[in-house]
Ligand binder design. Structure first.
Ligand SMILES: Cc1ncc(COP(=O)(O)O)c(C=O)c1O
Length: 385
């Protein structure tokens, strides 16, 4: 059977390390801090809302752009947390997770031969999405040990073919939440070069220091930004795959033209439940942050005590650890040894780069219950000899 050149390219994107680590973790009965999803269940009130929707007979296709109640809930959420006003029917589209939203946005907004700027290290869906659109990525590494956005590097990556910037904040895997100054620099580049920004904000509520600032709130950005998020991270229900994009009407119309033939409509009962979830009181969102902050602190303190170099993340549920203080230079080799000898799985950060940069860093996920984190740290202490 002949594969198209596109599928060959897609299968070359770095899922191999993730698959290898998962297979190794299973074989060695490892505590898996590689996988980026919770090992605890989502909130009961959201699950009850999904069950109630099924029982009430909301089991046929939802409208293609999304259930009006969820479109409204997303618009209300953007107003409540960020002061953004959006017209739900025209600007909010419901997708099968942020992944489909990203892919639909990239396919809709890039033509073959266009360029898209991506900051590195990057979440692994961006380059395949750009390849599906037959466009070319221009990768801009984040700078220095703190992985900061370097405005001049961003500026010099822009060429006459550049159409858009993909920006992920809070950033998986780096745990960065871009500051207002970094976002202002990115916004300036977008406005000056007339770029569209596609922002991945799935960890918008998993932030520990400063509040998350959507790029769309910066001057000149609302009309050129596609804001993407998902219920998966905020409600600990990654398997439901309910995400959304918020974009000005011309961009939303282009995105819907793709979404219609990729997914058509997202599971109706889960859309009802996501609408109920987003309307959660402030204390739900505050508790989410404080629970994750406690998990972050437990893991980072434990890793530092074992001897890793650790910079606690500002957001997301991932912590990066430098393996050099433990006498290792290569995160990929370290992760293999870690699974086999210690029984803990992590992901080398080089898997989130194009050229194996950041080889000294590994990513640990802390979206795990207390017992899992304690057991992982107990095993990791064996590294101390
Ligand atoms: C940065 C980032 N974007 C998008 C996604 C995927 O989101 P969804 O499950 O809603 O497709 C993930 C999941 O790990 C992620 O880390």
């Amino acid at each position: 059977m002949r594969h198209s050149p596109l599928t060959s390219r897609l299968s070359g994107f770095g899922t191999s390390v993730f698959a290898e680590m998962t297979a190794l973790a299973t074989r060695h009965g490892a505590v898996n801090l590689g996988q980026g999803y919770p090992d605890f269940d989502g909130p009961a009130f959201v699950k009850r809302a999904a069950a109630a929707a099924v029982r009430a007979g909301h089991n046929q296709y939802a409208p293609m752009p999304g259930l009006p109640a969820l479109q409204q809930a997303v618009a209300d959420h953007q107003g409540r947390f960020y002061g953004l006003g959006h017209e739900p029917a025209e600007e909010v589209t419901v997708h099968a997770g942020a992944t489909e939203a990203l892919c639909a946005a990239l396919a809709a907004l890039l033509d073959p031969g266009d360029e898209a700027v991506v900051l590195e290290p990057f979440y692994d869906a961006y380059l395949p999405g750009i390849a599906l659109a037959q466009a070319t990525p221009r990768v801009v590494p984040l700078a220095g040990p703190d992985l900061r956005l370097d405005a001049s590097a961003l500026e010099s990556a822009v060429t006459p073919k550049t159409r858009l910037l993909v920006l992920n904040s809070p950033l998986n895997p780096a745990g960065r939440v871009f500051s207002r100054e970094e976002l202002a620099a990115a916004a300036e580049v977008c406005v000056r070069h007339d770029l569209v920004a596609v922002t991945d904000e799935v960890y918008e509520h998993v932030v520990f220091e400063e509040a998350h600032v959507p790029l769309a709130t910066l001057p000149g950005m609302r009309e050129r930004t596609v804001t993407i998020s998902s219920a998966g991270k905020t409600f600990g229900l990654t398997g439901w795959k309910v995400g959304w994009s918020v974009a000005p009407p011309p961009l939303a119309a282009a995105i819907r033209a793709v979404h219609q033939f990729v997914t058509f409509a997202v599971a109706t009962p889960f859309q009802h439940a996501a609408a109920a979830a987003l309307a959660a009181p402030d204390r739900y969102y505050a508790r989410l942050r404080s629970d994750y902050r406690a998990r972050r602190d437990r893991l980072c303190e434990g890793l530092a005590e074992i001897g890793f170099g650790v910079r606690p993340p500002e957001g997301t549920y991932f912590a990066l650890a430098d393996v050099r203080p433990l006498g290792h230079g290569d995160g990929e080799a370290f992760c293999r040894t870690l699974v086999e000898r210690v029984g803990v799985a992590a992901i080398p950060v080089s898997a989130f780069t194009t050229d194996g940069r950041l080889r000294h860093l590994v990513r640990f996920a802390f979206c795990k219950d207390d017992a899992t984190l304690e057991e992982a740290l107990r095993r990791l202490r064996r590294l101390k000899g």
